[in-house]
Design a binder for this molecule. Structure first.
Ligand code: HEM
Length: 416
């Protein structure tokens, strides 16, 4: 085995790292559980790379997700004073207790595993419709044509958005993805305004005519769990921003994994009952969340022997934690569907644990199965070494996943 050379100061931001982060992360972990990295133009951050320490950090109330606190720290470092839009600053993902607590309670009552499970037949229909559009293409891209749109329309449907508005949701979701969330202005402002106006009208309609959907459940909750109009609007933003790109990254990643691991794919497709246990190992291996979750210290915090002062940015690197050899001693870099405890951190840990985890699993299982059930001969149209990941600090999506539907027009090389 060749030793990994010492990574450069800006290792987290290089293309080499985006394409193959694992040898670099292994080296960084070997140096200690926490390291300091420069943030281009914004001082420094502390990166937590080992599993135990990452879990401990996620449960520590002195590490804050409060968006107002983050914007204040960024303003101090960059001199740019940016105010987060109300749509993005009144939801559970960007707040801490005491404000987080009632928002979390409301969503837990409205967004149950039963509601996520009830989406299964609808996701089958959505997947089939997307596949129908790709079926005649010689070399369709399963990212732009399938993994990206599927979660957007599934989450829109869950919220109670009618089918005629799904194309708008796809457009808004793409615009939000392209924009820098910290730097307001331009496309981001326009999209936020349009989406906001749409959701206000939807909420007003569902106040009068509730349906069997998540927005209606939030509006018509018992008085002790009821949210304000702005909180419901903001929660809808949280579902879109928290659910779309993350689930797209997982669906694309699992499809890519199955196209390069035919043994594991065939086994799962032959035993539909074993998806539940296998899904967590797939999520650990694919790691749809990238080199984040971000926090800021509200007082000095010691993690793994390193004391981080007040007012510092902390990046809890889930990608690294999910491959930590201390937690996963047997071949952490391999997919092993029989792994006993694939206890990944991809959905976070503690009070911010992902509210959409169950739905994400339903979309991924159904989305993956439909591709292979409908096109059993599907294979990669390029060599696996040609697949590229997008440079993205939050998620870890493949850029494209070109396939051929049938063996007779497939390239013979490289699969498996
Ligand atoms: C594979 C797909 C997904 C992944 C990997 C993922 C990951 C995460 C993670 C890591 C967190 C915690 C963030 C932190 O602690 O900083 C989180 C929170 C959250 N996620 Fe997801 N998520 C996924 C899908 C979804 C979906 C489908 C929805 C909803 C439709 C959703 C809604 C949320 C919400 C509302 C929160 C905030 C919870 C809170 O702060 O209490 N997520 N997600």
């Amino acid at each position: 085995m060749t030793a990994t050379p010492k990574p450069s100061k800006y290792w987290m931001f290089t293309n080499e790292f985006t394409q193959n982060p694992f040898p670099i992360l292994e080296y960084i972990r070997s140096q200690g559980p926490v390291c300091e990295v420069p943030l281009p133009g914004a001082g420094r951050a502390w990166v937590v790379t080992r599993y135990e320490e990452a879990k401990e950090a996620l449960a520590d109330p002195r590490l804050s997700r409060d968006i107002h606190y983050h914007y204040k720290l960024i303003a101090e470092r960059t001199g740019q004073r940016v105010v987060p839009p109300p749509e993005n600053s009144n939801h559970l993902a960007n707040l801490e207790p005491p404000r987080h607590t009632p928002l979390r309670r409301a969503i837990s009552f409205a967004f149950t595993p039963r509601r996520a499970e009830a989406m299964r037949p609808k996701v089958v229909a959505m997947a089939d419709e997307l596949l129908d559009k790709l079926a005649d293409q010689a070399s369709p891209d399963l990212i732009s044509g399938y993994a990206d749109p599927l979660p957007v329309i599934a989450i829109a449907a869950l919220m109670g958005v009618p089918a005629e508005s799904w194309p708008d949701f796809l457009r808004w979701s793409t615009a939000l993805r392209a924009a820098d969330p910290v730097m307001a202005g331009g496309e981001m402002d326009r999209t936020t305004r349009e989406l906001s106006a749409y959701l206000r009208a939807l909420i007003a309609r569902k106040e009068k005519e509730p349906g069997d959907d998540l927005i209606s459940a939030l509006i018509h909750a018992d008085a002790d769990k009821r949210l304000t109009g702005m909180e419901i609007l903001s929660t809808a933003f949280a579902l879109m921003t928290g659910g779309n790109d993350t689930t797209a990254s997982l669906v694309g990643g699992v499809l890519g994994t199955f196209l390069t691991h035919p043994k594991e794919r065939d086994r799962l497709l032959a035993e539909p009952g074993s998806w539940g246990a296998a899904m967590d190992e797939l999520i650990r291996y694919v790691s749809p969340i990238g080199n984040t979750l971000q926090r800021a210290t509200t007082e000095p915090v010691t993690i793994g022997g390193t004391t981080i002062p007040t007012g510092e940015i902390v990046i809890i690197n889930v990608l690294s934690a999910n491959r930590d050899e201390r937690q996963f001693p047997d071949h952490p870099d391999e997919l092993d569907l029989d792994r006993e405890k694939p206890t990944h951190l991809s959905f976070g840990f503690g009070i911010h644990y992902c509210s959409g985890a169950h739905l994400a699993k339903v979309i991924t299982e159904v989305g993956t199965r439909r591709v292979f059930e409908r096109f059993p001969e599907v294979r990669l149209a390029v060599d696996p070494s040609e697949l590229r990941y997008q440079q993205n600090v939050v998620t870890r999506p493949l850029e494209t996943l070109p396939v051929r539907w049938y063996a007779d027009n497939a390239m013979s090389r490289g699969v498996g």
